[in-house]
Design a protein around this ligand. Structure first.
Ligand SMILES: [Zn+2]
Length: 470
């Protein structure tokens, strides 16, 4: 009996102790790296495309900003000191860190992409190692848990049209889509099984709410109304100076990129700077700075403010934003034979559909700027149904002065679903002074099967005194 009482007592004590036990907190995410905005850009100094807006977000809206550079920018020239190549990339990484620090941004990451000088997004993705860098970017999204992602516009326009810029926008879009999906890179979201687990990362899936873009196109006006606009001349209530001023200060560490310009600006008085920035031909940023809405996982309007809860209301555009109605892909064609512009244009058509970015601006007629006298390639893709003819005729029309080098004539398609072909033309050499104010030339390729047209690929080509290689 005594033993039974003791046993009951022990049981009671044990259960009592269990009830009073404090819940042990499980480790949470590292708050020091939480961001409201994650900026994803290609090169050291690219952050400058967004700094007037970021200055507002950081100083007056108290937003936390983190930045990812997808390359360390080692392939340009150095006009400041003698280092080149990998050593220049080491310097550029520091310049970018100092530039971000000038705005109070300390959470800065660099991916493994190689600075690739061309206008072709596919060159950049190939040279970077698309998969490995996407995995790394998805990790950073899960680590920083941003509400908003900002990046370069994935698309082809007359302008700098840097393939690396576009590729950073492609990666940012893909990471936006994948970071919230527990099946994508699952080892990142798997729990560590022991304290010194070296492989599994214990992150959690994260879905950002919105993604916006900015562009390196020459004509920024074409994007008006495609997203919220922010004044760069407005005076920051907390800093008592215009937003462009903070952005300009943050650009000064980039001495290996534009030393003469930084030196010149450093010697200007406040009044002279003010004058320069209010002159549209010399200002570094256009007023206002327009962002391009990508997509959202929360109800919003493209033109609405990025953070509507803290920002003054944005105005709806006077003209309604055009809805894209382009067919998704060459695969969608009902015709037995179909020819159209190939990669990278073909890639973007499929990409915009696959990633639900069909309202993203795209040039009405495909366009590009190249150096006058350079060779212009027109990539073509031909889709063929199994029963269709295999012989096609490719005809090229170009303005006088252009010379067709290859890709014209009769071709026998392989007995496959797709065939790729490239037309090459020599563009005319034109003296620099005659290039000013020039309009784009139109080059067109027509595909025929017997007497039937199977498709046309038109490209507007603006000849310039300098441009990145196509
Ligand atoms: Zn760049």
């Amino acid at each position: 009996m005594k033993r039974l009482v003791l046993f009951v007592l022990v049981l009671l004590l044990a259960s009592h102790k269990g009830g009073a036990q404090e819940a042990k907190p499980l480790p949470a995410a590292d708050e020091r790296y939480k961001a409201d905005i994650l900026l994803v850009v290609a090169h050291p100094d690219d952050e400058g495309a967004a700094t007037p807006y970021l200055a507002r977000a950081i100083y007056d809206e108290h937003k936390r900003v983190a930045v990812v550079f997808t390359t360390r920018g080692g392939s340009g020239g150095n006009d400041y000191s003698r280092e080149h190549g990998p050593a220049l990339a080491d310097i550029r990484e520091q310049e970018a860190r100092h530039a971000c620090a000038a705005l109070g941004i300390t959470n800065v990451w660099f991916l493994d992409g190689k600075d690739t000088a061309s206008q072709n997004v596919l060159n950049s993705l190939a040279n970077w190692g698309h998969g490995a860098n996407l995995e790394a970017l998805v990790r950073i999204v899960r680590l920083t848990r941003p509400d908003v992602i900002l990046s370069w516009l994935p698309g082809i326009f007359i302008g700098e049209n840097h393939g690396d810029h576009q590729a950073s926008g492609v990666l940012a879009t893909e990471a936006f889509d994948l970071a919230g999906d527990p099946v994508a890179f699952p080892a990142q979201v798997a729990g560590a099984s022991k304290r010194l687990e070296p492989y599994l990362e214990n992150l959690t899936p994260w879905q950002a709410k919105k993604i916006y873009f900015f562009s390196d196109a020459s004509d920024e006006k074409q994007f008006a109304g495609k997203g919220p606009a922010y004044s760069i001349r407005e005076i920051s209530p907390s800093q008592k100076k215009p937003y462009w001023r903070m952005a300009l200060e943050a650009a000064k560490p980039h001495l290996t990129q534009f030393p003469a310009e930084i030196h010149r600006l450093s010697n200007l008085s406040d009044e002279q700077l003010e004058k320069m920035m209010s002159d549209p031909t010399h200002a570094w940023w256009s007023e206002p700075m327009t962002l391009i809405f990508g997509k959202a996982t929360v109800p919003t309007q493209p033109w609405e403010a990025i953070f509507p809860e803290v920002e003054p209301r944005q105005k709806a555009p006077a003209v309604s934003v055009e809805q894209s109605s382009e067919p998704g892909d060459v695969l969608d064609s009902k015709e037995p034979l179909h020819l159209e512009l190939g990669d990278p244009w073909h890639f973007y058509r499929a990409f915009r559909h696959a990633d639900k970015l069909t309202n993203l601006p795209a040039a009405r007629v495909p366009e590009i700027a190249v150096k006058a006298g350079s060779i212009v390639g027109i990539p073509l893709v031909i889709a063929r149904k199994p029963e269709a003819a295999r012989e096609i005729l490719v005809k090229v029309s170009a303005p006088s002065g252009w010379k067709i080098l290859s890709g014209e004539g009769k071709f026998l398609l392989p007995d496959e679903e797709f065939a790729y072909l490239r037309v090459e033309l020599q563009s005319p050499e034109i003296p620099e002074k005659e290039l000013k104010g020039r309009q784009p030339d139109s080059v067109a390729v027509t595909g025929m099967a017997g007497d039937k047209t199977i498709g046309q690929a038109e490209l507007r080509v603006l000849l310039r005194s300098s441009a990145l290689s196509q």
